[in-house]
Design a binder for this molecule. Structure first.
Ligand code: 13P
Length: 287
């Protein structure tokens, strides 16, 4: 059964570790992440961007697939199904479709509008026992065609949003989605500490988990980050393993063309990446 992300994140915050959000794209992705979480006895959050939701034929299909897998694979660790960077309409659609958690990303609106829309969705989620993530200060890089600049959030604005009763808060601290450029300045721990000071006990979310050096991840967790999002790194691992299989000509040997064989190395590579992240985040054995 899907659960809200609230308990797993409060526990992570108190225990000074972070739960990984891994974005899914299809059946292989979902199965790889769920099996790894179960093997490692770790709580997990499956992230679905609006683009990925569309690709997988809509939110109802995603909910059906994930619930079916949890049942058929005998997954007993806590799993939250979470909309990633949702619009207001997208969040409502996911709530209706059976997601257990949503992110409303109103960071591109003026703060008053972000507050008003977040507030409405908080009320809806509270009523249904779902968790909700809000964002202040847009995360840089490109996601689903939206390009953000990698801002640092205003701590007072973070407090205004946190006080609405959101479950977790994503605050921009110089992080960006995708690969980090050579000249990246690193995470702003000054901003993170200032945000933490204002929002108190609220679990904080670090987006753009791909390529952040390990020491920065650990420091961010020590400063209150309880959820870390990883997407691109699984994609790169899948791509490299699939490329290797084809470059070695394995698709032309025997029944190597069988999609279940062709996609197997990429599947294993996702599992390995997810395991490494769970180790780094400290969530292993915390289910
Ligand atoms: P990366 O693709 O950089 O890992 O970021 C993932 C993310 O933050 C999803 O919201």
């Amino acid at each position: 059964m899907l659960v809200s992300a609230k308990d797993m994140l409060n526990k992570a915050r108190d225990g000074k570790y972070a739960v990984g959000q891994f974005n899914i794209n299809n059946l292989e992705w979902t199965k790889a992440i769920l099996l790894t979480a179960q093997e490692q006895n770790s709580p997990v959050i499956l992230g679905v961007s609006e683009g990925a939701g569309k690709y997988m034929c809509g939110y109802k299909t995603v909910v059906g697939m994930v619930n079916g897998m949890i049942d058929e694979l005998g997954i007993t660790v806590p799993v939250a199904l979470h909309l990633d960077h949702g619009s207001y309409e997208g969040a409502k659609a996911c709530i209706d479709a059976g997601f257990s958690s949503v992110m409303f990303d109103g960071s591109h609106y003026p703060i008053e509008e972000n507050i008003a829309k977040t507030k409405e969705l908080v009320a809806k989620c509270e009523e249904l026992g779902l968790s909700i993530e809000a964002e202040v200060g847009s995360i840089g890089g490109e996601e689903d065609g939206v390009i953000g600049a990698g801002e640092c959030a205003d701590p007072d604005e973070c407090k205004a949003i946190a006080d609405l009763g959101v479950t977790m808060l994503a605050a921009g601290i110089g992080n960006i989605h995708g690969k980090y450029p050579e000249n990246w300045a690193g995470l702003s721990f000054e901003t993170l500490a200032a945000v933490k000071e204002k929002v108190g006990n609220m679990p904080l979310v670090l987006h753009g988990g791909t390529g952040i050096p390990e020491d920065m991840i650990k420091k961010a967790i020590s400063l209150g980050v309880a959820k870390i999002n990883v997407n691109t790194e699984c994609q790169l691992a899948f791509q490299e393993a699939t490329r290797k299989y084809i470059e070695e000509g394995k698709d032309k040997q025997g029944k190597g063309f069988d999609p279940r064989k062709l996609l197997a190395p990429g599947f294993e590579a996702i599992k390995q990446t997810v395991k490494e992240k769970m180790e780094l985040f400290g969530s292993i054995g915390k289910a």
